[in-house]
Write a protein that binds this ligand. Structure first.
Ligand code: F6P
Length: 553
């Protein structure tokens, strides 16, 4: 599409329709339609979503579906699955779906079917995982491994960390898994304090093998290993790399045999399905990892074939567009009511914000509409005692997904019933709110005087009409977690496709990296400067402050 999406007929119709819907309360939508839940409850690949608590009428849905069609969504979905170069600024396809394609379908990149490489890498992961878990592959002193340290950042960290934590009940108890991401020395120091070099396996996770944080942390890990009993000759037993840049990993000293490949047609934030998922496979076993892939594959097939009005990722995406572009929402909350899923908001922050935090179209023209929202969130019920106040009575519209399993892995007293009740009561309260009359009546019923009820009631009013989706599944199994993550990947894709932006590049993160190198150079040179230099006065002043720190303390 070359023109602005604002010129689409459906977009304009949605803008007009929004001015009506801004005065519609969900209470009324529910009152008018006793079947609203049944109408808007959808299910696929083990994921169930209640879409009914949204400020959306039948007309809203009809227009949103028209928008998807007018924006050419079906064609764009096919383009992704068939390996078209949809990442235009890097001239690459985005083929995370190939990593979980369990059909016989070939997928071509530059005329070559990538499926044999994908399957061969899964087999290599399977052999490696089996050797470590069966204790056949041991450390330099012949002891079995007890700890894995995954060193990586961004997509080489958040996805594996989320999935391995989400599946903690499936872990092999004999193997502990730790993640080191940050360049802050405190991170690796704290992790290394608790492990033994004889029984620790390091996974160097970097698609580019050029990420400063990961390489610096790997050097620290290698030196620690060498200083604590390891040797140059035994590094190969303890260090494994997962990268698309095999030569850089070899140059760094990793044995060729110990390198698991990935490919430039897999985006970092979509890479947990590749060998970057090794920490997941090592903790839950390769059968579990394959089940994770099969859950994602099932969601892929649903996404590819279901009509828009039954298609979970499409519906989730369309609602997001409705609120961002027509109802004035700036943010979107991810609220998992599951301790094991507490890492989901962080993973979705990268997935969504790095994908759709863009302000030019695929043709390089400035967009004249909002794109990706600010993603935030945290585990329920904890959030209810913190930021939910703003959701209920604040002035901003913040749509939210409440995510909850029907069964817990840990039935403790009536905890799960209480957790589940809290989740439902939040979405109910956000939808229906409390009117001034209700607040006043409630106070009077408690025996408060008329004057006092009059004074207090406005503070107790909850406007309601705050949209939520309730996302449920039976239990957090590898299959459902795979489907859940893929659901959000496709949601983000659909939004990017409709906004006509490239969801698969991330040039915005580069400037900070470039400037960081010059600042680092100045810090290491220990030369305070004044007057006109290559930095603005603020940055220069702060550099000087850092360089002068020895003088102060
Ligand atoms: O800086 C952003 C980023 O490039 C992410 O897109 C990526 O997931 C992360 O850094 C890590 O990159 P790599 O896997 O190449 O080390």
């Amino acid at each position: 599409m070359t023109g602005s999406i604002q010129q689409l007929k459906s977009w304009q119709a949605l803008a007009t329709h929004a001015s009506e819907m801004r005065h519609t309360h969900m209470r009324d939508l529910f009152a008018k339609d006793p079947d609203r839940f049944v109408r808007y409850f959808k299910e696929a690949s083990g994921i169930k979503i209640d879409f009914s608590k949204n400020i959306a009428s039948e007309k809203t849905w009809k227009l949103l579906v028209e928008l998807a069609k007018e924006a050419g969504l079906p064609k764009q979905i096919e383009a992704m699955f068939s390996g078209a170069l949809i990442n235009g600024s890097e001239q690459r396809p985005a083929l995370h779906v190939a990593l979980r394609n369990s059909s016989e379908r070939a997928i071509f990149v530059d005329g070559v079917d990538v499926m044999p490489q994908v399957r061969a890498t899964l087999d290599k992961m399977e052999r490696f995982t089996w050797k470590i878990r069966s204790t056949q592959w041991r450390g330099f002193s012949n002891k079995p491994f007890t700890d894995i340290i995954s060193i990586g950042i961004g997509g080489s960290f958040l996805g594996p960390k989320l999935a391995s934590a989400a599946l903690k009940p499936y872990w092999n108890e004999a193997l502990n898994c730790h993640y080191v991401a940050n360049i802050d020395g405190s991170h690796i120091t704290e992790v290394l304090k608790h492990v033994d070099p004889e029984t620790t396996l390091f996974l160097i996770q970097s698609k580019s093998f050029g990420t400063q944080e990961t390489l610096e942390n790997t050097k620290v890990a290698r030196n620690w290993f060498l200083k604590n009993g390891g040797s140059q000759a035994t590094i190969e037993k303890h260090f494994v790399a997962i990268t698309a840049n095999v030569e850089a990993a070899i140059a760094f000293g990793v044995d060729r045999e110990n390198i698991f490949p990935m490919w430039d047609w897999v985006g970092g934030r979509y890479s947990l399905w590749s060998a970057i998922g090794l920490p997941i496979a090592l903790t839950i076993g390769m059968d579990g990892f394959r089940a994770l892939l099969s859950g994602a594959y099932s969601m892929d097939e649903h996404f590819r074939s279901a009509p828009p009005e039954e298609n979970l990722p499409v519906m989730l995406a369309l609602l997001g567009i409705w609120y961002s572009n027509f109802m004035g929402a700036d943010s979107y909350a991810i609220l998992p009511y599951d301790h094991y899923l507490r890492g989901l908001p962080a993973h979705l922050q990268q997935l969504d914000m790095e994908s759709n935090g863009k302000s030019v179209t695929t043709h390089g023209l400035p967009v004249d509409y909002q794109t990706g929202p600010i993603i935030w969130g945290g585990a329920g019920a904890n959030g209810q005692h913190a930021y939910h106040q703003l959701l209920h009575q604040g002035t901003r519209l913040a749509p939210a997904d409440f995510i909850v399993p029907l069964h817990t892995h840990n039935p403790v007293a009536t905890h799960h019933e209480i957790l589940f009740a809290n989740c439902l009561s939040q979405t109910q309260a956000l939808m229906q709110g409390k009117t001034l009359a209700e607040a006043r009546q409630e106070l009077l019923a408690k025996g408060v005087s008329e004057t006092e009820a009059q004074r207090l009631a406005p503070h107790k009013v909850i406007p309601g009409n705050k949209p939520t989706n309730t996302i449920l599944f039976e239990r957090a199994t590898p299959r459902t977690i795979g489907a859940l993550i893929a659901l959000y990947e496709h949601k983000v894709f659909v939004q990017g496709a409709i906004w006509n932006i490239n969801s698969f590049d991330q040039w915005g993160v580069e400037l900070g990296k470039q400037l960081g190198n010059s600042i680092l150079h100045s810090l290491l040179s220990k030369q305070e400067t004044s007057g006109e230099g290559s930095f603005d006065s603020s940055t220069q002043g702060l550099i000087n402050l850092y360089l002068a720190k020895e003088k102060h303390f």
